[in-house]
Design a protein around this ligand. Structure first.
Ligand code: ADP
Ligand code: MG
Ligand code: ZN
Length: 479
């Protein structure tokens, strides 16, 4: 039986403020253990938290951008539990009055709306490091008190692919807002996924919460695995239990972590050390007015300003850095579509293969434009340009240097091309005969042979013209 997959995502985002949520310790990543701590984030008795204004502003920025209603009052609560990475034995969070609620995010090129249930602020815990050999665990409190924004979606997502699209769109938006570096590998973007299956139209099934996915790919794989597992249980008339499962990257499997019965009761109560306060409407309006151009708006502008197809504009604006690179190129070269084609194919493919971001890439906009100019002035063909491109991104050399040192200049001299054509025709009498008998593909084959002879350097247009002429002469009986 075809079941519907139902997914809701809980995203935790580390806000990239310079100092922590409730104290003035640095949030810098990778510092020596326990050097960024103070009585507040170590939970020492008598210390008092103070809300970082920047944390609040970043959260509002995110809330506005996903179309949320913002609460009139900011109130914090204590979420109580014991764990060695949590020195206070509670986490400051927001329980019954989240900072914002009822928003949405569009995915699949605006074809689907995923509703956002709530957005709230909380603080991160410390980090445990287990040394299995020595049988000890160490704790680093540098992360303790780092501001987190939790963004909880409604269960509106219906496939692992949609979950992937949602997270991609959310990450793109948050990067544009410059409130987090959204790095899943460093843990600044974390995602728990809730998944259930049901007969379409029925009430929601019991959900399984998935944790421990450390990449977008892992999220998709874990969801796929879990949806399949639940389908199998359902079709075997077995009960699907509400539980939390961990994704195991090595075995590509989810394993049981805890059942509903083992779920904790956090005994939330209002945080007495942080008095609720009313949000100043003027501040929200100021933040709204100061928002940067967001991916959706930028996409529309790219379509209008550069006359790009909607698809191109989508791809180019997904990653802010890519959109900036595109615009930098546009300042230097008058054909945006050419730039777009190259970025979408060669450039993004290269980044993908190397597993790097555009900011980590050596290629400069100016060098890419130099490459286009070599094509425009017939010094190299488009095909050879791709070869040069791959050399450029690896060696960081200028295109003309590569063309000269590798002897890649295009052959435009008609006599030279003609000589090659004559040779090819002589060596391929059968193909020529086929051509004479109307086999059109033979022409393409012969062009290919000329290109092979010239190592791809013959000017394609001239080759076509000259080959046509030569074939005609070749096939016209001489008196
Ligand atoms: P909990 O109280 O266990 O945290 P919530 O109701 O707060 O559960 O929901 C947490 C997340 O789980 C939300 O993203 C929500 O959309 C999602 N969710 C809730 N019910 C289901 C379900 N039956 N199937 C899939 N996801 C669900
Ligand atoms: Mg929850
Ligand atoms: Zn501190």
């Amino acid at each position: 039986m075809e079941l519907e997959t139902v997914i809701g995502l809980e995203v935790h985002l580390q806000l990239s403020t310079e100092t922590k949520a409730f104290c003035s310790c640095s949030t810098e990543f990778g510092a020596p253990a326990n050097t960024h701590t103070c009585p507040v984030c170590l939970g020492l008795p008598g210390s008092l938290p103070v809300l970082n204004k920047r944390v609040f502003e970043y959260a509002i920025r995110a809330a506005i951008s996903v179309n949320c209603l913002i609460s009139k009052v900011v109130k914090f609560d204590r979420k109580n539990y014991f764990y060695p990475d949590l020195p206070k034995n509670y986490q400051i969070s927001q329980f019954d009055m989240p900072l914002a609620a009822k928003g949405y995010l569009e995915i699949l090129d605006e074809r689907k709306k995923i509703n956002i249930r709530r957005i709230h602020l909380e603080e991160d815990a410390g980090k445990l490091m287990h040394d299995e050999k020595k049988g000890i665990s160490l704790v680093d409190f540098n992360r303790s008190g780092i501001p987190l924004l939790e963004i909880v979606s409604e269960p509106d997502i219906n496939s692992p692919q949609e979950a992937y699209e949602y997270l991609t769109a959310l990450k793109s938006l948050l990067q544009y807002l410059e409130i987090s570096n959204c790095n899943m590998e460093e843990g600044s973007l974390r995602c728990d996924a809730n998944v259930s299956v049901r007969v379409p139209g029925d009430a929601l099934g019991s959900k399984v919460e998935l944790k421990n996915m450390n990449s977008f790919k892992a999220l998709k794989e874990a969801l796929q695995f879990e949806a399949t597992r639940q389908n199998r249980l359902f079709n075997n008339n077995e009960k699907i239990l509400q539980e939390t499962r961990l994704w195991d990257e090595d075995s590509k499997n989810t394993v049981l972590m805890r059942t509903k019965e083992e779920a904790q009761d956090y005994r939330y109560f209002p945080e007495p050390d942080l008095v609720p306060f009313v949000i100043d409407e003027a501040l929200i309006e100021r933040i709204r007015a100061d928002l940067p151009e967001l991916p959706g708006e930028k996409k529309e502008r790219f379509i209008k300003e550069y006359n790009l197809p909607s698809y191109d504009a989508s791809v180019l604006t997904k990653d802010k850095a890519v959109s900036l690179f595109f615009e930098e190129c546009c300042k230097l070269y008058e054909n945006p579509k050419t730039i777009s084609n190259w970025i979408m194919s060669e450039l993004l493919m290269h980044l993908n293969e190397q597993g790097i971001t555009i900011s980590g890439m050596k290629l400069k906009a100016k060098s890419l434009i130099e490459l286009f100019k070599l094509i425009d002035s017939n010094i190299i063909s488009g095909k050879i340009a791709k070869e040069v491109f791959h050399e450029m991104v690896i060696t960081n050399k200028e295109p003309i240097e590569i063309v000269n040192s590798k002897g890649l200049r295009q052959i435009v001299d008609e006599d030279s091309i003609k000589d090659v054509i004559k040779k090819v025709l002589k060596e391929n009498p059968n193909v020529v005969a086929d051509y004479a008998n109307g086999k059109k593909n033979s022409f393409i084959y012969l062009v290919g042979q000329v290109m092979k002879e010239t190592k791809g350097k013959a000017n394609p247009q001239k080759t076509n013209e000259l080959l046509n002429g030569e074939l005609e002469r070749f096939l016209t009986p001489h008196p």
